[in-house]
Design a protein around this ligand. Structure first.
Ligand code: ZN
Length: 305
């Protein structure tokens, strides 16, 4: 039985989840409240603080949690105190989540971006628990990333590292970020839908495109192959920059493993240095939607900075 317990919080767009973990990464209890997205941040955080306090009380008795780890969408300040802005929480601009929650709860609080925490969760308790370094790639409506080395997240000098969805892979398609040729414009769900619409004039979502590919449609087969090739070029570029021991793939599109991810791994290997050929190790994520909570727990177990 592990004796060190912590609280993990995930500030999602719809729900705010609260969980208690022990230091082995086992979730002992979980609850959620509706995201207070319509409230001013101070009022929303007061609500969250009360919910966390009530949750801790409900678990009752020892051991009392040592700290709280919080995952938030959107960019976080370099000192990891402030949520700069959060998609789905329109009233949130420059909110000092860490200090506000810490003073309300009387517990140390650690704050991190939710995609980074998902990487930390898979590193510590999921698909990467035997690796010393891990790159997490999330393939969905966008392409996100997180990089962990020896238990530490690499968040960058400005807190803006691992925006891997905006890696240049070619072409002149304008991305939402303002640049051209970002991999997200090809190998995300909307990217695949855009490629298909360009080729056929039909606007359908990526899920339907994979179904058509399954049924043997030539256009869908070509589009998925092109998107998969772009993903492969991304994977090999990231491997060349970071050389992670393991790459873990999550997100909705990771369900298309045989048709989409596996051919991308082959492309990545073909384009790697000959001397290191075969080093690129890509596996599926294991923790699903709980990766961020697990990462928040791992972060909270670390002595507060
Ligand atoms: Zn971009």
């Amino acid at each position: 039985m592990s004796s060190r317990h912590v609280i993990a919080v995930d500030l999602g767009g719809t729900n705010w989840r609260i969980a208690q973990y022990d230091e082995s990464g086992t979730c002992l209890a979980k609850t959620k409240i509706r995201a207070a997205s319509e409230l001013e941040p101070e009022a929303g955080l007061a609500l969250l603080g009360d919910a966390i306090a009530a949750f801790i009380q409900k678990q009752g008795g020892a051991p009392a949690p040592l700290a709280v780890g919080v995952g938030s969408p959107g960019p976080i300040s370099v000192d990891r105190n402030i949520v700069m802005e959060a998609p789905n929480l329109p009233t949130w601009h420059h909110v000092p989540v860490r200090s506000l929650l810490a003073s309300r709860l009387g517990l140390p609080v650690r704050l991190e971006n939710d995609a980074n925490l998902a990487a930390l969760g898979e590193f510590s308790y999921g698909a990467g628990r035997d690796a010393e370094s891990l790159l997490m790639v999330t393939l969905g409506t966008g392409i996100g990333g997180g990089f962990v080395s020896h238990g530490r997240l690499w968040t960058g000098a400005h807190g803006a590292a691992m925006e891997i969805g905006h890696t240049y892979v070619g072409g002149d398609v304008r991305c939402g970020c303002g640049a051209v040729g970002c991999i997200e414009e090809y190998a995300s769900g909307p990217g695949i839908a855009r490629l298909y619409a360009e080729q056929t004039g039909q606007t359908i979502d990526s899920h339907a495109i994979f179904e058509r590919r399954e049924a043997g449609e030539a256009d869908a087969t070509q589009v998925v192959a092109a998107a998969s090739r772009m993903l492969g070029m991304g994977l090999v570029s990231w491997q060349k920059i970071l050389d992670p021991e393991q790459i873990v793939v999550s997100g909705g599109l990771s369900a298309q493993w045989e048709s989409f991810v596996e051919p991308a791994i082959a492309v990545a290997n073909e384009n790697d240095f000959e001397s290191w050929r075969g080093r690129i190790r890509v596996t599926r994520a294991l923790l699903g939607g709980d990766a961020g909570l697990a990462g928040a727990a791992f972060l909270a177990l670390d002595p507060p900075a």
